[in-house]
Design a binder for this molecule. Structure first.
Ligand code: PGA
Ligand code: ZN
Length: 439
């Protein structure tokens, strides 16, 4: 046993931002170093992602995680005891082998991701360096361009609007700190606009304003107005980014926009998106089609892939193999990296590596169900991902991540490279990204 050998693994049930149970794992090494991490939970999930093990039954709506916690304490603790925490690849390979299913169904993705992340925290603690530094090793680091929700929708807002995330990206910012300050002004301005319009009705699951709009497009016009009201130029200072999460309202090439009272085939829906891209300063579009609509993804990639970032989230589920397939199809040019979709850090990193080989944009992302755990802030910096998505600019579980990156920025000091607009896999034309808003 060396000082960095895993000596003990504990688990406890803690609670997430939706008040649901989730798994916290704590890893202790022989030399005394400790690491701790909490599994997040998604609401709009891809069918191929690692599944959370939930107890079912009536307690806590079936969401309890006592079985997953028990897997951590017994099977996983036993199998991993004595392994070197510095060898994350071997630890995660042992977890994958122990589970033996393609989607972590046996141990639970919530159990595996909590342990995998806690092992990394313990290793960093043993090395006496912050996690981002441990993850980077001798590689480059960067502070990410933030992607921040202003209006929440879809599965995170009782389907009040169909589109899930109306977000902004402060593409004109030169530092992470500036980027966050710009977002703060836009978020504030959006809140004032909602209040004046009599539409202020609290916030959705990720802290974005509750979308009391008459149409999906009204959220877009409101976003442009919020950017302008904050004294900023849409497209030049702040651009728009959408997560359609289209598997939530589309399947088999048909898309139902309940709020707009329209049912569209894949071509009509695609044309509507392209029209939005033409008329609004949109630089990034996530999950524009359902995960089963490969032909729509390919056509859309061909049509607008050179001018907007097209992110696969539910479509790629943080899988290296899916990233390779989408690159071959030219269906996307970016991937969302959610560690709990893969189930271990090593598998999530493999998806990031695959994306890099294809010159994809990479966005480390939180889930809609989050906690005070800030591991993803460290992943975004230490893995040099370039972009970070953690929801909106309100609620503690969201702000914990933004604030953690600010602390890392301070540690990096003058050497802090900010990924900025260069993190987007598209070219900037005439100083303005996307098109300025039309009449
Ligand atoms: P989820 O939403 O965590 O509910 O899946 C986040 C996203 O779709 O990006
Ligand atoms: Zn998404």
């Amino acid at each position: 046993m060396s000082a960095t050998s895993i000596a003990a693994i504990r688990a406890r049930r803690v609670w997430d931002s939706r008040g649901r149970p989730t798994v916290e794992a704590e890893v202790e090494l022989a030399g005394g170093a400790k690491g701790r991490a909490i599994a997040p939970a998604g609401a709009s999930r891809g069918s191929r992602e690692a599944v959370d093990l939930r107890d079912g039954g009536t307690r806590f709506g079936g969401h309890d995680v006592m079985a997953a916690c028990e897997h951590v304490r017994s099977t996983m603790a036993q199998a991993l005891r004595g392994r070197d925490a510095l060898d994350q690849g071997a630890v995660d390979a042992a977890i994958v082998a122990l589970d033996g299913t393609p989607n972590k169904a046996k141990l639970g993705g919530n159990a595996t991701v909590a342990v995998s992340m806690a092992v990394a925290h313990a290793a960093a603690a043993a090395m006496r360096v912050p996690l981002w530094k441990y993850l980077a090793g001798s590689g480059e680091v960067s502070l990410p361009l933030p992607e921040v929700q202003i209006f929440g929708g879809g599965a995170h807002a009782g389907r009040r609007v169909d589109v899930q995330d109306f977000m902004v990206m402060p593409v004109g910012a030169w530092t992470f700190g500036d980027a966050i300050a710009i977002v703060a002004e836009v978020y504030r301005a959006a809140g004032e606009l909602m209040q004046e319009a009599g539409l202020l009705a609290g916030v959705a699951d990720e802290g974005g304003f509750w979308p009391a709009f008459r149409s999906n497009e009204e959220a877009l016009t409101s976003l442009v107005r919020a950017i302008e009201r904050a004294g900023l130029q849409p497209g030049a200072d702040v651009a728009i980014s959408l997560d359609l999460a289209a598997s939530e309202f589309g399947a088999s090439g048909r898309y139902t926009l309940s709020l707009d009272g329209r049912e569209l085939d894949r071509d009509a829906w695609s044309a509507m998106l392209v029209d939005w891209i033409d008329r609004y300063p949109i630089v990034s579009v996530e999950d524009p089609f359902s995960e089963d609509d490969r032909v729509a993804w390919i056509r859309f990639g061909e049509a607008v892939g050179s001018r907007v970032q097209i992110i696969g989230d539910d479509y790629l589920t943080t899988s290296a193999a899916e990233v390779d397939r989408a690159a071959f199809d030219q269906a996307c040019n970016a991937v969302l990296i959610k560690p709990n979709q893969a189930g271990t850090l090593t598998e999530a990193h493999a998806a990031l590596d695959a994306a890099r080989r294809h010159a994809f944009g990479t966005i480390v992302s939180a889930r809609s169900g989050e906690t005070e755990d800030v591991t993803i802030a460290h992943l975004a910096v230490g893995w040099n991902a370039g972009q970070l998505k953690v929801g909106s600019f309100a609620r503690g579980e969201r702000m914990a991540k933004w604030n953690e990156v600010l602390r890392i920025e301070e540690v990096l000091g003058a050497n802090a490279p900010f990924a900025g607009v260069g993190a987007l896999p598209i070219r900037r034309r005439g100083g303005v990204l996307g098109k300025p808003p039309g009449p």
